[in-house]
Design a protein around this ligand. Structure first.
Ligand SMILES: Cc1cc2nc3c(=O)[nH]c(=O)nc-3n(C[C@H](O)[C@H](O)[C@H](O)COP(=O)(O)OP(=O)(O)OC[C@H]3O[C@@H](n4cnc5c(N)ncnc54)[C@H](O)[C@@H]3O)c2cc1C
Length: 490
């Protein structure tokens, strides 16, 4: 039997790689983690989720300070933002979390960590610093990088991506955002709130194009109210540098040529998998521009080489990467044939209001040719949202013809937290009647979920049939009051 240096080798110390390394080491597999950068944590910690959510919080506080009057408080003086201080706060939060993702912690779990760029030299071995290292199974979890779109002149134009935006020395007085996906929208709002003049240029006629248009429009309306300009249906024709500033040329929805200029330009137009330089071509591991070619157990053509995280080209979220790390753990270490199942994968865009989803939205249900019904409740009818002074948005529950949950979307304050209840309900096959009958603390935003479940049941509970039955058996006597002009109060 062949012998290897390690039971498991992991390339990439981000969300997927760290999940697998930690699990495998704790299960007693001799595990080696190889990370290209001199620190662990990956994009999420250094250039993604953590800095973006930290920045969003700072921008929200500043925004609320300017809104003091709306809460019955004296107006607050808001001097301009010193972005260097904001950046330092971001770095501080990252440093705190970094301790959790340290080499020492992984060593304590039993895993070895090496830094450097490894390259496959055969199906079981990589070369690192001129030395060959073999493992029985490998995980490729090298993440993704911002894609550079084929815009004429872009490569000669100064622009920034998620790698630079959190580490700027000063707040840009103006910012062009190219793209309108979650990263673009979160950054557009945060920088507008901090004081930048922000323009978003988007190819399609909707922002957050994966989402239902009505909810995405709700996010766009909120950003527009805060001064963000949108150019939708824009066809970008070129980029250039003028006096050190980026200029972006495009034809507008009306077909007219336009050119925007700003101090900074953020390009957030998709991601490409980090697969170059790994020697994959030489060992017959297939991939394309999107990512690795994998089966449902996340195996490449070589059944002992797996892929997880952004390199799958699928759901590029930290929680998806973690989940996939778990699937690989089951297959490669526990030898259980576990397949991925993304039916109840939640996701959230952390704009204000947040837009969180799980399962199918209307767009996806229509694309799948499914018949569905939509049940909705507004935050304007939720006492806590009114008390918070943030009653924008609503919940949409999508049911199939048998009233089984297809999906749920929430647009509103803390939607990313509220969707968690639907993760449990949908994933755990909890009945809507259980959800509607479950006590929720008052006053909470989460009552909106109980209420929408109750809406589905109400027509049956308060039906004429039930009323007739009660009259027959218990002699109930019907209405005690009739509105003078007809109709019933809601
Ligand atoms: C601005 C922004 C905000 C985001 N916000 C969210 C959010 O709020 N919620 C959410 O769920 N997701 C968010 N994401 C997405 C999330 O960051 C990614 O989905 C997640 O980091 C993917 O994990 P991963 O393990 O695949 O890759 P990563 O975490 O990027 O890890 C890959 C690691 O591999 C290393 N590597 C690369 N090449 C090699 C090599 N040749 N050898 C060894 N190591 C290598 C990299 O240095 C990196 O450390 C955000 C992304 C961005 C850009």
């Amino acid at each position: 039997m062949a012998t290897y240096d390690y039971d498991l080798g992991v390339l990439g110390g981000g969300s997927a790689g760290l999940t697998l390394t930690s699990g495998a080491a704790q299960l007693g597999a001799k595990t080696l983690l190889i990370e290209k950068e001199p620190r662990l944590g990956g994009d999420c910690l250094h250039y993604g989720c953590v800095p973006s959510k930290t920045l969003i919080k700072t921008a929200r506080v500043y925004h609320l300070m300017k809104q003091a009057d709306r809460f019955g408080l004296p107006p607050v003086e808001t001097p301009p933002v010193d972005f260097a201080r904001v950046r330092d706060r971001i770095k501080g939060v990252i440093a705190t979390i970094q301790e959790h993702d340290s080499e020492a912690r992984f060593c304590s779990l039993g895993a070895a960590v090496r830094f450097g760029s490894a390259r496959f030299v055969d199906e079981h071995s990589v070369e690192l610093d001129g030395k060959r290292i073999s493992a029985k199974a490998w995980l490729i979890a090298t993440g993704s990088s911002p894609a550079a779109p084929p815009v004429p002149g872009l490569s000669e134009t100064p622009y920034i991506t998620n790698k630079e935006i959190f580490y700027l020395d000063k707040l840009p007085e103006s910012l062009i955002v190219l793209g309108a996906g979650p990263i673009a929208i979160e950054m557009a709002q945060a920088f507008a709130r901090l004081g930048s003049k922000v323009s978003v240029v988007q190819r399609s006629g909707q922002i957050l194009s994966k989402e239902d248009k009505d909810l995405a429009d709700g996010v766009m309306a909120a950003l527009m109210a805060e001064g963000v300009e949108f150019y939708l249906n824009a066809k970008v024709t070129g980029a250039r540098e003028v006096g050190g500033r980026p200029h972006l040329a495009f034809t507008n929805a009306d077909g007219k040529a336009r050119e925007l200029s700003a101090e900074r330009m953020l390009v957030a137009l998709g991601r490409r998998a980090n697969l170059e330089g790994l020697g994959l071509e030489d060992i017959g591991v297939e991939f394309d521009a999107k990512g690795l070619k994998l089966d449902a157990r996340l195996r490449t053509a070589h059944k002992h080489i797996y892929g997880a995280g952004d390199v799958t080209g699928g759901n590029q979220f930290t929680h998806a990467a973690g989940y996939e790390g778990g699937v690989v753990l089951a297959n490669a270490v526990l030898h259980l044939p576990r397949k991925t199942d993304y039916t109840w994968l939640p996701w959230c865009t952390y704009a204000d209001p947040e837009l969180a989803s799980i399962g199918l939205n209307e767009k996806a249900a229509e694309a799948a040719g499914l018949k569905y019904t939509v049940w909705s409740e507004q935050f304007a009818g939720n006492d806590r949202a009114l008390a918070e002074g943030e009653a924008e948005g609503r919940i949409k529950l999508i049911l199939d013809q048998d009233e089984k949950i297809l999906g749920a979307q929430i647009l509103g304050l803390h939607a990313g937290e509220l969707i968690n209840e639907w993760v449990a309900v949908a994933g755990g096959k909890v009945k809507l009647s259980t959800m509607a009958g479950a006590m929720h603390p008052y006053p909470t935003l989460g009552e909106i979920s109980k209420r929408v479940a109750g809406d589905v049941l109400a027509p049956k509970l308060f039906s004429d049939l039930v009323k007739k039955g009660l009259k027959l058996f218990f002699s109930t006597r019907g209405r005690a009051c009739t509105p003078p002009t007809g109709g019933t109060a809601q």
